[in-house]
Ligand binder design. Structure first.
Ligand code: ATP
Ligand code: MG
Length: 346
């Protein structure tokens, strides 16, 4: 079990500064997700941690060992860190068992048993003799994870390994991989640009923006108490309402809303409300009156776009989740449940 600590990491390619003082702390045995848009430096971060790329400044610690200190680093093969790359990870000319065994020491005793155990761990017990070309995409990614676990690394780094899979398969492979990593007691970092993947899989999620981690928290903290509006919008849908706060209560187009604990008690700004916090009441049953603009139906639920009239007479767009579509132009009542986040105007 090994804690991973990244402190003040800097990395530039020529004049492009990619990592600009990035901090990340992953507790021993935890599964962390690093969430950021395409091109924000996620792969670069993993390559620096694994030792395939030198840093410009900063430090990486694995437990008590300092493996990166400024421009100097311990060679990759001595770090006990493995990577599962995005796709095309397997050696096509080796069988599944051969691929997994590749990561094991040559003269190891019980090599076969170890390969069989690893394949069982990722749910592929009986496919050892197959060639990679005879596997589905999801099976190939599981083999890549088994191979990364083979040498018994302290840390496994996963570089968007599920992005090529279709939605249903993705969720199940992800769950199996997470279970396998937990069972092997391995500290893991998954990088992804998919917020749902990060929230549903990780113990801790770190949001990267402009080469730094802007917030690191449990999925629930991140979603309910985002550090700023951009984080709020990046990790889910959000309804943004102009607000005026006094005595710790926000006055908005959706009425008087209570704020999360620890927020300012007075000032102007906006509040961020999650669509599922907005409940619908049939017309005449109270709440703030809203007009239905349209509905997108998703099967498991529907997203209704509405409009309310703000205190200053300006229309404010609102989104809420319902079980089925609502007729356009219907009038309904809206009620907000639970506290909301406030962001002061800057
Ligand atoms: N070897 C390199 N030489 C020059 N620039 C590079 C190199 N590797 C990455 N970059 C640049 O660094 C930035 C970050 O790239 P990186 O691959 O780390 O992003 P990413 O977050 O993994 O993106 P994606 O989600 O698309 O995989 C990009 O602007 C990229 O063009
Ligand atoms: Mg990448």
């Amino acid at each position: 079990m090994t804690r991973l600590q990244v402190t003040g990491l800097h990395k530039a390619f020529g004049r492009t500064e990619v990592l600009r003082g990035l901090d990340l702390d992953v507790p021993s045995g935890a599964f962390a997700a690093v969430l950021g848009p395409s091109g924000c430096g996620k792969t670069t971060l993993l390559r620096v941690i694994a030792g395939f790329e030198d840093a410009d400044a900063g430090e990486v610690r694995l437990g008590e060992r300092v493996v990166v200190s400024g421009r100097r680093g311990v060679p990759a093969e001595r770090r006990r860190v493995t990577i599962v790359p995005q796709e095309g990870a397997l050696f096509p000319h080796l069988s599944v068992a051969g691929n997994v065994a590749f990561g094991l020491p040559r003269r190891m005793r019980d090599r076969r048993d170890r390969v069989a155990d690893l394949l069982a761990l990722v749910g592929l017990g009986d496919l050892g003799r197959r060639m990679p070309s005879e596997l589905s995409g999801g099976q190939q990614q599981r083999v890549a994870v088994a191979r990364a676990l083979a040498p018994g690394p302290d840390v496994v780094l996963l570089d968007e390994p599920f992005s090529a899979l279709d939605a249903a398969l993705r969720a199940s492979v992800r769950e199996d991989v997470r279970t396998a990593l937990h069972e092997a007691n391995t500290t893991a970092v998954l990088v992804t640009h998919d917020q749902e993947e990060a929230l549903s899989t990780a113990d801790v999620v770190a949001v990267v923006r402009e080469g730094r981690v802007v917030q690191a928290a449990t999925p629930e903290q991140l979603y309910r108490a985002p550090a700023d509006l951009a984080v709020a919008a990046f990790v889910g849908e959000v309804v943004v309402l102009p607000a005026e706060v006094s005595d710790g209560v926000a006055r908005t187009a959706l009425g008087r809303l209570s704020l999360l604990r620890g927020q300012v008690t007075a000032g102007r700004g906006v509040v961020a409300v999650r669509p599922e916090q907005i409940h619908l009441l049939r017309s005449g049953r109270g709440g703030v009156t809203a007009r239905v603009l349209g509905t997108a139906f998703y099967g498991h639920d529907a997203a209704v776009r509405l409009e309310v009239t703000g205190p200053d007479g300006v229309a404010v767009p609102v989104l809420c989740r319902t079980q089925g579509p609502l007729p356009a132009d219907d009038e309904v009542g809206l009620l907000v449940a639970g506290p909301v986040s406030f962001f002061a105007a800057s």
